[in-house]
Design a protein around this ligand. Structure first.
Ligand code: FES
Length: 120
Protein backbone atom coordinates (compact mmCIF):
# COMPACT_ATOMS: atom_id res chain seq x y z
CA UNK A 1 0.00 0.00 0.00
CA UNK A 2 1.46 3.37 -0.94
CA UNK A 3 1.16 6.48 1.18
CA UNK A 4 -1.40 9.07 0.13
CA UNK A 5 0.20 12.00 -1.68
CA UNK A 6 0.81 15.02 0.53
CA UNK A 7 -1.18 18.12 -0.28
CA UNK A 8 0.99 20.97 -1.54
CA UNK A 9 1.06 23.77 1.03
CA UNK A 10 -0.29 27.20 0.12
CA UNK A 11 2.08 29.85 -1.13
CA UNK A 12 5.34 29.21 -2.88
CA UNK A 13 8.70 27.65 -2.18
CA UNK A 14 11.07 30.43 -1.15
CA UNK A 15 14.09 28.43 0.02
CA UNK A 16 15.26 25.16 1.43
CA UNK A 17 15.03 24.59 5.14
CA UNK A 18 18.81 24.13 5.37
CA UNK A 19 19.35 27.58 3.82
CA UNK A 20 18.44 29.22 7.13
CA UNK A 21 20.65 28.43 10.12
CA UNK A 22 19.62 28.74 13.73
CA UNK A 23 19.53 32.39 14.90
CA UNK A 24 19.74 33.77 11.39
CA UNK A 25 17.54 35.16 8.64
CA UNK A 26 17.49 35.41 4.88
CA UNK A 27 15.63 37.82 2.63
CA UNK A 28 13.40 36.51 -0.14
CA UNK A 29 10.94 38.28 -2.39
CA UNK A 30 7.53 37.00 -3.36
CA UNK A 31 6.32 39.16 -6.19
CA UNK A 32 7.17 42.60 -4.82
CA UNK A 33 6.79 41.60 -1.18
CA UNK A 34 10.08 41.38 0.73
CA UNK A 35 10.01 38.61 3.32
CA UNK A 36 12.46 37.69 6.06
CA UNK A 37 12.60 33.95 6.67
CA UNK A 38 13.98 33.61 10.19
CA UNK A 39 15.05 30.63 12.25
CA UNK A 40 14.78 31.31 15.95
CA UNK A 41 16.96 30.04 18.78
CA UNK A 42 14.75 26.96 19.15
CA UNK A 43 15.14 26.08 15.48
CA UNK A 44 11.62 27.12 14.43
CA UNK A 45 11.11 29.03 11.18
CA UNK A 46 9.07 32.23 10.82
CA UNK A 47 8.21 34.53 7.92
CA UNK A 48 7.77 38.25 8.55
CA UNK A 49 7.75 41.37 6.42
CA UNK A 50 11.34 42.32 5.71
CA UNK A 51 10.81 46.01 6.33
CA UNK A 52 11.00 47.47 9.80
CA UNK A 53 7.80 49.29 10.79
CA UNK A 54 9.91 52.27 11.87
CA UNK A 55 11.81 52.93 8.61
CA UNK A 56 12.87 51.20 5.42
CA UNK A 57 15.37 48.84 6.98
CA UNK A 58 15.67 45.15 6.21
CA UNK A 59 14.95 43.18 9.37
CA UNK A 60 16.69 40.11 7.94
CA UNK A 61 20.00 41.95 8.48
CA UNK A 62 19.35 42.06 12.23
CA UNK A 63 20.29 39.76 15.09
CA UNK A 64 18.03 36.89 16.14
CA UNK A 65 17.71 36.22 19.87
CA UNK A 66 15.20 33.77 21.28
CA UNK A 67 12.04 34.30 19.26
CA UNK A 68 12.86 37.90 18.33
CA UNK A 69 14.77 39.77 15.67
CA UNK A 70 16.40 43.13 16.32
CA UNK A 71 16.45 45.92 13.78
CA UNK A 72 20.07 47.01 13.46
CA UNK A 73 19.19 50.62 12.69
CA UNK A 74 17.67 51.78 15.97
CA UNK A 75 17.39 48.62 18.02
CA UNK A 76 13.70 47.73 18.05
CA UNK A 77 13.13 44.02 18.64
CA UNK A 78 10.17 42.26 17.03
CA UNK A 79 8.44 39.12 18.25
CA UNK A 80 8.65 36.60 15.40
CA UNK A 81 5.28 35.04 16.26
CA UNK A 82 3.16 38.15 16.75
CA UNK A 83 5.15 40.69 14.71
CA UNK A 84 4.84 43.09 17.64
CA UNK A 85 7.70 45.43 18.50
CA UNK A 86 8.95 44.81 22.02
CA UNK A 87 11.07 47.93 22.23
CA UNK A 88 10.90 51.46 20.86
CA UNK A 89 11.30 53.34 18.58
CA UNK A 90 9.11 51.07 16.42
CA UNK A 91 5.58 50.93 17.78
CA UNK A 92 3.68 49.19 14.98
CA UNK A 93 3.84 45.46 14.24
CA UNK A 94 5.21 43.94 11.05
CA UNK A 95 3.23 41.36 9.06
CA UNK A 96 3.67 37.68 9.95
CA UNK A 97 3.04 35.32 7.04
CA UNK A 98 1.98 31.69 6.95
CA UNK A 99 5.00 29.40 6.59
CA UNK A 100 4.96 25.66 6.03
CA UNK A 101 7.86 23.26 5.78
CA UNK A 102 7.37 20.18 3.63
CA UNK A 103 10.44 18.01 3.39
CA UNK A 104 13.22 20.52 2.69
CA UNK A 105 10.95 23.02 0.96
CA UNK A 106 9.90 26.17 2.81
CA UNK A 107 6.59 27.57 1.60
CA UNK A 108 5.49 31.11 2.43
CA UNK A 109 2.03 32.44 1.65
CA UNK A 110 2.03 36.25 1.70
CA UNK A 111 -1.73 36.29 1.12
CA UNK A 112 -2.19 34.64 4.51
CA UNK A 113 -1.17 37.27 7.06
CA UNK A 114 -1.42 35.61 10.46
CA UNK A 115 -1.51 38.81 12.51
CA UNK A 116 -3.70 40.83 10.15
CA UNK A 117 -1.12 43.55 9.48
CA UNK A 118 -1.39 45.14 6.04
CA UNK A 119 1.42 45.64 3.59
CA UNK A 120 4.03 48.15 4.77
S1 FES B 1 14.43 51.41 11.30
FE1 FES B 1 14.08 49.72 12.61
S2 FES B 1 14.08 50.57 14.59
FE2 FES B 1 14.38 52.30 13.28
Amino acid sequence: MSAAPQATPAGEVVCQSSDVSVKSAIRVEIGDVPVAVVRDSEGDLHAIADICSHAEISLSEGDVEGCTIECWAHGSSFDLRSGEPLTLPAYEPVAVYALTVQGEDVFVDVTNILNGVGAP
